[in-house]
Design a binder for this molecule. Sequence first.
Ligand code: GCB
Length: 612
Amino acid sequence: LRSCCALCCLLGWLGLMTPAFSQQPFQTLLVGLDRRTVTSLDGDWHYLVDQSPGRALYTSNGGINDKSYAMNTHPHIVGVHNEEYDFATAPTLKVPGDWNTQVPALFNYEGVVWYQRDFDAQPKPGTRSFLHIGAANYRSHVWVNQKRVCDHEGGYTPFDCEVTAVLHPGSNFVVIAVDATRLVDGIPSVGIDWFNYGGLTRDVSLVTVPKAFIDDYDVHLAHRPKFEPGNVEISGYVHVLDAPAGTAVAINIPEAGAKTTVKTDAEGNAPFSVTAPKLTLWSPESPKLYKVILTSGDDSLTDDIGFRDIRVDGTRILLNGKAIFLQGANMHAEAPIRGGRVNTDEDVTTIFNYLKDMNANFVRLAHYPHDERMEREADRDGIMVWSEIPNWQHISFDKPEVYAKDVVMLKEMIRRDRNKASVILWSISNETSNNPTRTRFLTDLANEARKLDPTRPITSAILGPRLDGNEMANNDPLCDALDVIGQNEYVGWYDGSPEDADRIHWSFPQKPVIMSEFGAEAKYGNHGETNQRWTEEQQVYVLQHQFVMLNKIPQLRGISPWILVDFRSPTRNIPKLQDGYNRKGLISEDGKKKQAFELLEKTYKEHSVGKP
Ligand code: GCB
């Protein structure tokens, strides 16, 4: 018989269990981590499935049990009865990777899995070490050598746990409990139209830096009230964590002829501005990236950064002063062909090859930040990116603690990707219900995003008005808080018939509009008449009528059909047609292009929908 509960009470009484788990405030997140030399902890991790987390992981008052599996002790073979778990003899999961596609029995599992691995470290005096977790869905609790080093909530953004004080020379071990349980007050909440892949879904690594080190930087084209092509300056800041005021920071962009040295203030922040006489601006036609070398004391890192100006002017979107039209598609972070979460260079190459084959210049990364490799590739390929936090449909907008979580996710997204020229829009939400509580919440969040990054327009995908006569009017007050309106609508699929689109007249507030979602489902290889649902022919027909409608919206500045590739969804359960997949893809999950893909390819080549 296990004596766990009695033990728990005793430990609780002795103060060995930590009180209720609460969302950590924003913790250190090393910007440009993928540009540093790290010790990769990817590979095989032992795992144990915890189907009774109320015993091992959580305490009865909702706190975290620091004295169970995190101890990583082994059961006694002789002597007093002790533990009933053992990582050493447990099977392994590949990291990075969701557990769902690795172990058939875990395909639909949305609970707690404990991960463990040993690793070697040789910490040197005068250095600091961090465990970097690219993403873990959804809540994680991390222990190194039996000490809890951090907790994190949010399945799609990275975090760093400082481990300096707990590492020792030689063999160390890390235990991470990942809980993929959906939460009513989570972001996203419980009902989602995508697969809730659980686990350590992105790279994990150990990084060692000097005592004072560059943890954050923002290097961008100076954002002036007006874009002046002849007057090119690069500005931003470099933050050196724990640097005394007056610490020197050098910014050097040799190829652009830009070089300066500045000093940190009392907060470790070193704002700078430097002329760049030889700069070529980043654009889809010429996605030029520069080596940017940042140095402070013993710390130095080199990033690849493009420089461009993005802004809204009336109902136009201007890139480097020139009006643009975004031709793109939506994409979930699901790997084509192999399935599972996107987390390899090959996954990213496959997706970007689809986009390039389609003549796209834009991708909406729905509905959460994707693997950082995606933005890196977008930077290199000249594909413009819409990046979003997972405020999807039913969020508890009435709860202050949900707002606090949202701000952390927003900060993590912006901090990780603000130096990517490809990212042109921050999206704060998708299809939320119009009510004053939601509008206040998201207006505050939009302002928060602007404070964090005043250089990029803010958007959100608004839930379409239902078809009523010939008029479709977007009167959502959330538009007031946005720079660019994202509009989702499914005329011809959820709403009316495909031909209805021909006669619709849209009205919007005077801002640029991106038709951020539209489309229809079709199973690859299913053929029939244009009025037959689920056929490739009908999917094409719906899109053709959409194009008629879209061409009548004067302020339309971009389109992104839903969606590039069919994706797993727990809510798509028509046997033989859906089989657990949302079939609105232009490409099937196994990489076969539907007729609709060819339609988009031609439309984008001819630029026959929309005008800059
Ligand atoms: C939407 C959502 C998207 C869904 C899509 C659909 O409006 O934004 O997440 O997957 O519709 O297929 O219903």
